[in-house]
Design a protein around this ligand. Structure first.
Ligand code: AMP
Ligand code: MG
Length: 342
């Protein structure tokens, strides 16, 4: 693709206005959200949205999430707002929850990758809200990484992937949550969790008073020939350059395994406070048992492995419920589903 000059600007009235102008003109830009950094384009403008796919090198069959800043913006974007969506919106919007609803007439085919549904989110990040308000544009935005790489959670990591590929990155500091939004389908007979995130299955069940089904693609590899209901769940994703393996077992067994496998280029990705007792270089990614702190660190830690020259990474295994389900889901893909029981 053609390269261009990429400006990184601090957030102020002027840079928000510049971002709004770019969106209205059918251009793209990167900006912080509370989950990860995203690349935004007008969701109604297919030509604009194509530029996102080009910048990321993203497969065209992977739909994008549309971002809004008020319930009135749903008009034209969705065909209908299911009752469950209203209840979940009341509890979790603005915030890191995406709801898949019947698609409205105004969303571009490119945004939805031709599906008859659309994923919608109302983010809580003040920069997103300011840009949507200033532009009046509901924007489609995937994570601001090159396709297949870990999602960026700060402006520097966004620049590392997107330099020369888009005109503007708004620098709003670190993203709080650190992993992408929870995606839940509210189209069918039952609510279905398609991608775990900071808003948990348990929290949604409490609000809805019914079970939220879990797409099996979340914690398992797709079977050959099977199509994903949430195409982003296809298997290789979030991967650093190093080969990652998840080691399931307690810390003593983990330490023994690393002692047996220590070699140049072998790194540990462990929980906070554990690294000093290990025989290999280490990168820590949050507190044992605390999914939120692990989510906040996960993608930065994966990128730090690359920067430190890791070739083989052995990662401690998170839990698989609550916010940790999101951490485990991303780590499984970074590891191409390589898990060893200790
Ligand atoms: P990203 O933009 O990288 O956060 O990825 C967005 C993900 O949301 C996609 O890869 C899908 O997994 C999911 N998604 C978005 N829209 C839909 C939809 N209409 N139906 C099912 N999943 C969706
Ligand atoms: Mg992504």
């Amino acid at each position: 693709m053609e390269t261009m000059q990429t400006q990184v600007l601090p957030v102020n009235e002027e840079s928000i206005q510049l971002a709004a102008d770019l969106l209205r003109r059918g251009e793209i830009l990167a900006l912080p959200t509370e989950t990860v950094y995203g690349i935004a384009a007008d969701a109604r403008n297919g030509e604009a949205v194509k530029k996102i796919f080009l910048a990321k090198g993203r497969p065209q069959d992977n739909p994008l999430i549309v971002h809004i800043c008020g319930m009135e913006m749903l008009h034209g974007l969705v065909a209908q707002v299911p009752d469950r969506a209203l209840r979940l919106a009341k509890a979790f919007w603005p915030g890191p929850l995406t709801m898949v609803m019947p698609r409205g007439p105004e969303v571009s085919d490119v945004t939805c990758a031709g599906l008859d549904t659309v994923g919608i989110r109302m983010p809580s990040h003040p920069v997103v809200q300011a840009v949507i308000k200033a532009s009046g544009v509901a924007f489609a935005a995937p994570s601001a990484n090159l396709s297949g790489r870990p999602s960026p959670t700060n402006a520097a990591d966004t620049l590392a992937d997107m330099d020369g590929r888009l005109p503007l990155i708004l620098d709003g500091g670190e993203s709080d949550v650190g992993v992408e939004s929870t995606v839940v389908s509210v189209c069918g007979e039952h609510p279905v969790l398609l991608r775990p995130g900071y808003v948990t299955k348990e929290q949604m069940e409490q609000v809805l008073g019914e079970e939220v089904l879990v797409s099996h693609a979340i914690l398992e590899k797709l079977r050959p020939g099977e199509t994903a209901r949430s195409p982003g769940m296809k298997y290789k994703h979030y991967a650093p350059k190093a080969q990652v393996t998840i080691l399931k077992g307690d810390f003593e067994k983990y330490k023994a395994y690393l002692t047996a496998h220590a070699a140049p280029g072998v790194f540990a990705m462990c929980f906070t406070g554990e690294g000093k007792d290990l025989p290999v270089p280490y990168i820590e990614y949050g507190t044992n048992g605390d999914g939120a702190s692990q989510a906040h660190r996960l993608f930065t830690a994966l990128r730090e492995c690359d920067k430190a020259g890791a070739q083989v990474v052995y990662a401690r295994c998170p839990l698989s419920s609550g916010v940790s389900m999101a951490v485990y889901n991303r780590l499984l893909r970074a590891a191409a589903f390589r898990v060893e029981e200790l």
